[in-house]
Design a protein around this ligand. Structure first.
Ligand code: B12
Ligand code: SF4
Ligand code: SF4
Length: 398
């Protein structure tokens, strides 16, 4: 490669050698900032557009109106932030220590909370680190005598196809559960991006590695992975417990089990996750009140307690009423118990419930009454399979 300076549209004059050195430097800085890996790609996602359109046409976004409100901008990073020529894609591990998956899923009186959500909300934290990365690049360019770059950090909530960008940037391949999967790190990581108007050299995508495995598809409690790589959001427990505002369709309630916020099953059974590293971020460790919590304890929290304990956590976003709605479903799925019936009846008359919560409490009471006549409830067959698989594959966390 020649080291002749190249003129770029927005006034930089950096040689290809400068840009290659800078790309290496960016990856080093990324690690110093706590990212597990950084990759770089261009902004061309045209190949994804028909697939995204098909997903929307099928209605798989359900009530997530934000998924369709920006049209195809989601696949056109340069429209979201004009001038962008490269995306610096970053991933950050979130698996907390002592995750205790199997213990949690096998006890129907405990609440299961997705392991990404037990600590501090990742959005602000990752965005700040990406901004810092942008500032480091800016300082380096000024140092080299070049002009300031235009950059903007994003995490999760902007209209961006983050997973395809990360795949393009070589951070992993798309697993059949539709998440990004890395041979060395599994899938327990968040994604974020720094959009930049700097013609950095791009990375090479990795080859898909799922091969003949279909464990995630077979283990999904609600059959949400409708085809390899395609999730019908409306069926996913993450959508039903976090995104959906109103009533949870009855057909899914028994299948949700004790999962009151998100779901990890497709990641738990994934063999690539056997060697996934734990997070380096203390902020992502599960807070004490959310470690193997009793459903009844969480159901008893007043709104003030809920807001205090979940301050700074992603869970706060769903609000107290949806929290109660979700726990009511899990209590309906728990073994018959007089304590549960009493708690449901008391909650029903409290001032903190609305019609939606009451309807879920009534459903739970009916389930409890029906179970009074039956044997102790045990996790359903699919959940039992997930538990066995976790016990075998992740002894550290079982
Ligand atoms: C909407 C959304 C959801 C929805 C819909 C999920 C979905 N699969 O689309 C719901 C609420 C269900 C959800 C759940 C979860 N989510 Co979410 N979610 C998003 C969000 C905001 C957008 C995803 C999106 O664009 N979906 C639209 C569809 C069309 O995109 P897609 O699934 O990638 O679909 C592509 C494939 O179908 C592909 N395709 C089609 N055919 C084929 C064929 C082949 C061979 C291939 C390779 C691909 C392919 O083309 C499509 C278009 O690119 C992103 C953040 C972001 N801005 O990107 C986070 C994000 C994807 N979620 C994330 C996480 C962590 C989760 C959960 C694990 C949370 C939890 N524990 O509860 C679950 C996992 C569920 C699952 N198996 O997907 C992380 C994933 C990190 C990672 N390692 O990949 C992200 C990136 C957030 C982040 N910044 O970290 N999520
Ligand atoms: S998160 Fe749970 S419900 Fe959603 S696709 Fe994965 S296994 Fe299915
Ligand atoms: S469980 Fe199997 S098919 Fe699913 S993502 Fe992991 S390796 Fe791929």
């Amino acid at each position: 490669m020649s080291d002749t300076p190249v003129s770029q549209s927005n006034f930089y004059t950096l040689s290809p050698g400068d840009l290659t050195r800078l790309a290496l430097q960016i990856k080093q800085w990324g690690q110093e900032l706590g990212f597990a890996q950084i990759g770089i790609c261009d902004t061309d996602l045209t190949a994804q557009e028909p697939q995204l359109q098909q997903w929307l046409d099928n209605g798989y976004h359900g009530e997530m109106g934000y998924m369709e409100s920006h049209g195809m901008m989601r696949a056109r990073p340069h429209e979201l932030h004009p001038g962008t020529t490269r995306v610096i894609s970053a991933r950050m591990d979130y698996l907390p220590p002592k995750a205790g998956f199997a213990t949690n899923l096998s006890d129907p009186n405990l609440a299961y909370i997705s392991r990404y959500a037990g600590g501090r909300d990742y959005h602000k934290m990752i965005r700040n680190r990406l901004k810092k990365l942008g500032q480091m690049i800016e300082a380096e360019l000024l140092n080299l005598g070049a002009s300031k770059p235009g950059f903007r950090p994003f995490v999760d909530s902007a209209p961006i196809l983050e997973r395809p960008l990360a795949a393009k940037a070589g951070l992993g391949w798309t697993g059949k559960h539709s998440l990004l999967l890395n041979q060395d790190a599994g899938s327990w990581f968040f994604l974020g991006e720094l959009f930049i108007d700097l013609a950095l050299p791009v990375d090479i995508p990795v080859v898909e590695g799922c091969n003949t495995c279909v464990a995630c598809i077979k283990s999904c409690p609600t059959n949400a992975i409708v085809e390899p790589y395609i999730v019908d959001g409306r069926r996913c427990i993450s959508y039903l417990t976090i995104e959906l505002q109103g009533a949870i369709p009855e057909e899914f309630r028994p299948l949700i089990g004790n999962r009151i916020y998100g779901c990890d099953d497709c990641q738990l059974v994934c063999p690539v996750n056997n060697k996934a590293p734990l997070t380096n971020e203390h902020d992502f460790h599960t807070r004490d009140p959310l470690k193997q919590p009793q459903l009844l304890t969480l159901f008893g929290w007043s709104e003030a307690e809920f807001l205090k304990i979940t301050e700074g956590s992603p869970i706060r976003r769903i609000g107290h009423k949806r929290w109660l709605r979700n726990i009511a479903v899990a209590l309906g799925n728990a073994p018959a118990s007089n304590d549960i019936v009493t708690a449901l009846e008391q909650r029903k008359t409290s001032e903190e419930v609305d019609e939606v919560v009451i309807e879920h409490i009534d459903w739970a009471l009916t389930q409890q009454q029906e179970k009074q006549l039956q044997e102790q409830a045990s996790p359903n067959r699919k959940t039992q399979r997930v538990i066995r698989s976790v016990e075998k594959g992740l002894p550290r966390d079982a």
